[in-house]
Design a protein around this ligand. Structure first.
Ligand code: ARG
Length: 270
């Protein structure tokens, strides 16, 4: 029989896609010439926020800024562990101005923000597991940044090399289910990194390329409920077998910018 999974209430920071568009291409999903339905993006996004609130999570909002269409991807703004905020330094020039707005939000909320010296894209590449930080590199966040993260938090940082441009951020290839387990798509990682993941998580739930292409790895788990793209049907069924409850939320318009549920969600861990 499947185990009983326990939900832990979370605090999230999100940013409405009020100025959402695909104006530049900084990952293989983005097609500036293809139409984006901004109104649909907002409606879909609101469904996610309602789903979080309906499941007992606290959601706080930062005001979106015109001209910063990727600001909706709040996960990239920082990583927060133990009430300490490690800010971002975006790889793409187009996204760099987002940081001052997010830093200002955190400061108003009573946090000091550490400004990194090397390229770091927050929870896009830095995933807190409860014991250490899994840290992606290869496309965005640099190895130097991993060292800064370890110095800042004093928690071990485990470097993982991403190799498939469609899964350019760690949070498109892996997510944490709870303190003990993760889900990931092995082929998104270098051979050595796959070995590291096998050693750390021998019982991990493994995803397929189809699950990953459906943004199924860009999910948020509260320990029991997994907010997941409905397109990742096969993965959702496997999670159900493992005793988790999938909560499907469709962000198909945001997929056009290369982002999904997790990308839209910054977790504030006190
Ligand atoms: N267009 C954005 C970029 O390429 C999408 C970011 C997605 N965020 C994420 N956490 N994976 O930077």
């Amino acid at each position: 029989m499947a185990e009983t999974r326990v939900r832990r209430p979370r605090r999230f920071l999100v940013c409405e896609p009020r100025h959402f568009e695909v104006r530049y291409a900084i990952n293989p999903w983005m097609r500036p010439d293809a139409p984006v339905d901004a109104e649909l993006a907002r409606t879909q996004w609101r469904t996610l926020i309602s789903a979080y609130r309906d499941h007992g999570h606290t959601v706080e909002e930062i005001d979106p800024v015109p001209g910063l269409p990727d600001m909706v991807f709040a996960a990239n703004s920082a990583i927060v562990v133990g009430g300490r905020v490690f800010g971002s330094l975006f790889h793409a020039q187009e996204r760099r101005p987002e940081s001052e707005h997010y830093d200002a939000w955190f400061k108003t909320a009573g946090y000091d923000v550490y400004r990194p010296l090397s390229v770091t894209e927050g929870e896009g590449d830095l995933v807190w597991t409860g014991r250490y930080v899994l840290a992606g590199t290869g496309f965005r966040t640099s190895r130097e940044a991993h060292r800064e993260v370890q110095e800042f938090f004093g928690h071990p940082v485990i470097a993982l090399t991403l190799v498939d441009p469609y899964f350019y951020h760690l949070d498109t290839a892996l997510f944490v289910l709870d303190d003990d387990n993760i889900v990931y798509y092995p082929e998104a990682f270098s051979a050595g990194s796959q070995e590291v993941l096998r050693r750390l998580y021998p019982d991990a739930v493994l995803a397929t390329r189809d699950d990953a292409l459906a943004f199924g790895l860009n999910s948020v788990s509260d320990g029991r409920h997994v907010f997941i793209a409905p397109q990742a049907e096969a993965l959702a069924a496997r999670l159900d077998d493992h005793g988790y409850t999938p909560v499907p939320v469709d962000l198909s318009e945001l997929h056009k910018a290369g982002g999904g549920i997790k990308c839209c969600t910054q977790e504030i861990r006190s």
